[in-house]
Design a protein. Structure first.
Length: 347
């Protein structure tokens, strides 16, 4: 990428809708965490997958384990969340929906409630410091933790939906797609939907999830994470695609994550192409910018160079992402104005 091109992607105002907090921790923040906990013997190579490297999805989940060891107190979460928010802002992201799985840690006295409160504090502090980004939170369910934990998480998320002044907007379902079955989580997801939490569900991230995806699409979710194996060309089915189209459910697409996690063989085979050609709403996202050593500007640039998109087409893609956010129509309007101001050189 030449300098002028790099400048375009950096300055492009962007919306990030699929970012796991602990997967977004940068190398610099990891260094600070390691400094706080040298006794853990965690090395930087255990928390990120560098340029040219690829791992299986199973191995990616080992990486999250190492990061979770390093991030286990309120103090850590506050630092991590603030660093991540500032980094997204510096990359030109103007609206960010972070997602994170609340954890409790006996050693440090961390509770799931304090976990969520601490991320909210980080968001508020960044706002007070004038960081130019609107940040919201989705509370995540890790599918491997089963029915009861999922229900508990939904109840907690419901409380914050009411009390967080619009900062907590919805629920994410993620975690190792090969562990557990989403059927067990349906009552919790249904309850979340009924109480007004927006749903973003990881769907068809691996080929084995066909049946499960059919069930989850009947909810239906408000957005889909990945959806790699939904379409017939990769072993999905037309009926799954039809469900997505009928409900006009946007897909969050994370190119580098899928390549490095080996669920997609190369950039040109990414399902971006399938959905883009259909004109279906898609949003380019990073997934885990720290773990996969990327940022959103780079992801837009990769999509453009792989699929031959002009700057104008890229701009349109980033602007259309505003329609897919979970915040209110008023926020959408404000963001659209921001995009217009940047385009006309005002901002
Ligand atoms: C599924 C993923 C993921 O919640 O501790 N996570 N789940 N597929 C992926 N594709 C690579 N990447 C991240 O952030 C880390 C957690 O996010 C989920 C996993 O549950 C992981 O433990 P938080 O902030």
């Amino acid at each position: 990428m030449d300098n002028e091109d790099e400048d375009f992607y950096r300055k492009l105002p962007k919306v990030e809708l699929h970012a796991h907090l602990n997967g977004s921790v940068s190398g610099q923040t990891v260094e600070k965490l390691i400094g706080r906990k040298p006794q853990l013997n965690v090395e930087h190579s255990m928390t990120a997958i560098g340029k040219g490297q690829r791992r299986t999805l199973d191995e990616c989940f080992q990486v999250f384990k190492a990061i979770h060891q390093l991030v286990d107190s309120e103090e850590d979460i506050l630092m991590v969340a603030k660093d991540v928010i500032r980094e997204f802002a510096a990359d030109g992201v103007r609206y960010l929906e972070l997602r994170s799985t609340p954890r409790e840690e006996k050693n440090t006295g961390l509770t799931k409630r304090r976990y969520i409160e601490t991320v909210i504090t980080a968001i508020q502090q960044c706002k007070n410091e004038g960081v130019d980004i609107d940040v919201r939170l989705l509370v995540a369910i890790d599918r491997r933790n089963g029915t009861e934990v999922a229900m508990e998480t939904v109840k907690l998320a419901e409380e914050f939906l009411v009390s967080s002044d619009g900062l907590v907007l919805g629920l994410d379902m993620s975690g190792d797609p090969k562990v557990g079955h989403a059927k067990d989580l349906l009552p919790a997801l249904q309850r979340a939907k009924n109480s007004g939490l927006k749903l973003s569900l990881h769907l068809s991230e691996v080929p084995e999830q066909l049946e499960e995806s059919g069930i989850l699409l009947n909810l239906p979710p408000d957005r889909i994470g990945h959806g790699t194996f939904l379409h017939p060309e990769v072993g999905g089915s037309q009926s799954l695609v039809d469900k997505v189209l009928k409900n006009n459910i946007p897909l969050e697409l994370c190119l580098t994550s899928n390549i490095k996690g080996k669920t997609v063989p190369c950039y040109s085979k990414h399902h971006f192409k399938y959905w883009y050609q259909l004109g279906h709403p898609i949003v380019i996202c990073t997934d885990d910018k720290g773990v996969f050593c990327t940022d959103l500007s780079q992801e837009y640039q990769l999509a453009a160079s792989t699929f031959g998109l002009s700057h104008q087409a890229v701009w349109k893609l980033s602007e259309k992402a505003i329609d897919c956010i979970f915040a209110s129509e008023t926020v959408k309007k404000q963001l659209k104005q921001k995009w217009t101001d940047v385009a006309s050189g005002i901002a």
